[in-house]
Design a protein around this ligand. Structure first.
Ligand SMILES: [Zn+2]
Length: 351
């Protein structure tokens, strides 16, 4: 999974996985980390075209792929530069999501795969650092047992790939809260994108919305949709990039406000497959993900990070000591978005 690396100048750093596993093993030494192995081509075919998978494998092995085809598949840009071994590395993070979804399909209440959450990939195109869409794979596996799945996405960015893959499928609700596409990649995720079955719920927020506004919108938008849709299981994408220190976006959410959304999802009492996602700030991502894992497991943990790690990573505590001021930033604008969502989408979700 750590071989999924677009190079030293790319913002998606494999170190965030290493730090997360290190911190988790220190705070909860009893947790067993399982090697899920690689996903198979057959697994990936659940949500991707065979032509696209072929191009990923060819580009990964160093075979010459016509420039036009490479561009069509999303690989001619600085977001997704092909690298040797890309196919196997993508199969590795997909293997984590598939295995996690399989154990939940087979009766477990909770499983994690922190390496994935790569929600931008389309059926036939890589996008936004994402080659294969492991979130969609997890939903597809869960559908073998559960009639209705909710995909909940708390990443800074809109979960567009999952939305498009399940666009016409009324059995998979996608619910995403994110910085507005007017300001940020991928430029989508507006309230109007609900689909014919009203099975897509989007809560776009203005830049510099604070975490209290974010959490308020999460309750009134995402949780309200779940209440109406009544899913039997949840795939939770836990992108850590809404954090106020994250370099890629402009939301001002604290670690503890973000964690409160995770806690609310847990309190629904449904089977959960939890995935990682975005997050580009090395002093925030590991502590947010470890907090989320332990919270979903119902385990207590200290606020202090062990001394040696705290010093080496400049990350003394798990929660943010200070919240961005002023609070309730962008609440009025968000209130208008929620009114629109309630009237035009939530009224029809699950009907
Ligand atoms: Zn993101």
């Amino acid at each position: 999974m750590t071989a999924y690396d677009f190079g030293p100048k790319h913002p998606l750093r494999p170190e965030r996985l290493e730090r997360t596993v290190t911190l988790l093993s220190r705070l909860a030494p009893g947790i067993e980390v399982v090697d899920p192995g690689l996903a198979t081509r057959k697994d990936v075919l659940r949500v991707h075209t065979s032509e696209f998978i072929e191009v990923v494998a060819m580009a990964s092995s160093g075979m010459r792929v016509p420039h036009g085809l490479l561009a069509e598949c999303g690989f001619v840009n600085s977001d997704n530069p092909p690298f040797p071994g890309m196919y196997e590395a993508a199969l590795a993070y997909c293997g984590g999501a598939v295995r996690a979804a399989e154990v939940v399909r087979d009766g477990a209440g909770l499983a994690f795969s922190m390496a994935g959450g790569l929600h931008h990939a389309r059926r036939g195109q890589a996008s936004g650092f994402c080659v294969f869409n492991d979130c969609a794979l997890a939903c597809s596996v869960l559908r073998e047992r559960f009639g209705r799945i909710a995909y909940v996405d708390i990443d800074l960015h809109h979960g567009d790939g999952v939305q498009w893959i399940f666009w016409d499928d009324p059995t998979v609700l996608t619910a995403s809260i994110h910085e507005s596409g007017h300001y940020l990649y991928p430029g989508t995720g507006f309230v109007e994108e609900h689909g014919d079955h009203y099975s897509h719920v989007n809560v776009p927020l203005d830049p510099h919305s604070t975490g209290d506004t974010w959490l308020w919108a999460f309750e009134r938008g995402i949780l309200a949709a779940l209440e109406k849709f009544r899913p039997e299981a949840i795939v939770l994408q836990m992108g850590a990039d809404p954090h106020f220190l994250d370099p890629l976006g402009h939301l001002d959410v604290s670690a503890q406000e973000w964690l409160e959304a995770v806690r609310r999802i847990r309190s629904l009492g449904l089977p959960i497959v939890a995935l990682g996602g975005g997050g580009y700030e090395m002093t925030t991502v590991p502590r947010m993900w470890v907090s989320a894992v332990l919270t979903l497991m119902g385990m207590d943990y200290p606020n202090e990070v062990p001394d040696d790690l705290a010093q080496a990573w400049n990350m003394p505590v798990m929660a943010d000591p200070e919240l961005p001021e002023p609070r309730w930033r962008c609440r009025e604008r968000t209130s208008a978005v929620l009114d629109q969502l309630r009237e035009s989408v939530l009224a029809r979700v699950g009907s």
